[in-house]
Design a protein around this ligand. Sequence first.
Ligand code: APR
Ligand code: PHB
Length: 387
Amino acid sequence: MRTKVAISGAGPAGLLLSQLLHLRGIDSVVLESRDRAYVEKRQRAGMLEQGTVEVLRRSGVGARLDREGLTHHGLELRFGGVAHRIALTELTAGHTVTIYAQTEIVKDLIDARLEAGGDIRFGAEVLSVDPGAPSLTYRQDGQTHTLDCDFVAGCDGFHGVSRTAVPGLRTYEREYPFGWLGVLAEVPPSTEELIYAYSERGFALHSLRSPRVSRLYLQVDPDEDIDDWPDDRIWSELRARFATHDGWQLRDGPILEKAITPMRSFVAEPMRHDRLFLAGDAAHIVPPTGAKGLNLAISDVTVLADALDAWYDSGSEELIDAYSATCLKRVWRAQHFASWMTTLLHRDPTQDSFGHRQQLAHLEYLAASTAAATTLAENYVGVAPTL
Ligand code: APR
Ligand code: PHB
């Protein structure tokens, strides 16, 4: 079997790359180890930068996003029992962010690719990648196959195999002494904009999914057991962390899903070896506080699609040779911002009271200074310079 671009992984990166290549007349095959139902229901991120929304619209998968996405112009920092709004749009010359779950992006991309006759093979686990041949070997229905290609896109996430095919890989990693307990609840959101809360008891985030569904997170120890967190304990802890002096109330309701995820920063360099290109979580992981993971994945494959298009169009290797460095500029900007937001807003159990007072002083500065708030805003909406 042969295709032009073999894509390992049907997450947002792999699926969007397949769509972008299709729009340029470049055929691809997407190999996904899980089944369709699993990838479409896996709850993860949901905050889209304006640039990401524009890419999805240009790629022909923006219709439902425009109907159902929630466009936001600000976010709230909550600490010391008081709410402080960061006016994202005012501080960034009109930029907005949009809430639209990555599960919905995945559904929209799968629908678009299959309607166009795209080749997505579910239950197809990539076993190995040969960046030089190039080709990849995969197992499906108990049979092992080899897929020859011109290029391999490693979009198989942090636990995928593609990264292992890059010799001499340099990795940069930071673990955090806490994780997130994520909750999907069937209850109308208690806020119109996201609330990032810093409290003595730990971090909490109130996000949204729709007028009837809320997405919330709370900081926990990374080795906590989800069975130790019955619904009433989750709601009680969230209420305590969001409490304000003016008596703001958190609505609660049936919890549809809950899970604990560890928190890490990770970058693998280079993101390219020979004819293999890494994109998305296969190459980098950011702590979710900055809402950058999905946006970085989309950005990587936008750069890769342009580079492959130039090669097929004229044989030019210029953009292909620049791929890794181009992506890593944005990756490291996002890494710094996500790590900064994470250490600003989480109670570090290994930190003394001095660290706690410093965090409060930093939060007060963000609430009082336009310059400080602008640094948060331009990174959050995705317009911070990456020079
Ligand atoms: N063979 C085939 N598929 C694989 C293999 C393998 N060996 N290993 C992993 N996969 C699949 C996973 O099942 C998953 O569907 O690769 C896909 C990787 O998708 P993601 O982990 O979502 O990674 P990516 O597409 O880079 O998206 C990254 O999107 O979900 C958000 O915020 C989240 O940062 C994350 C971002
Ligand atoms: C989400 O809605 O899942 C979300 C939003 C903002 C974040 C992290 C997660 O910083």
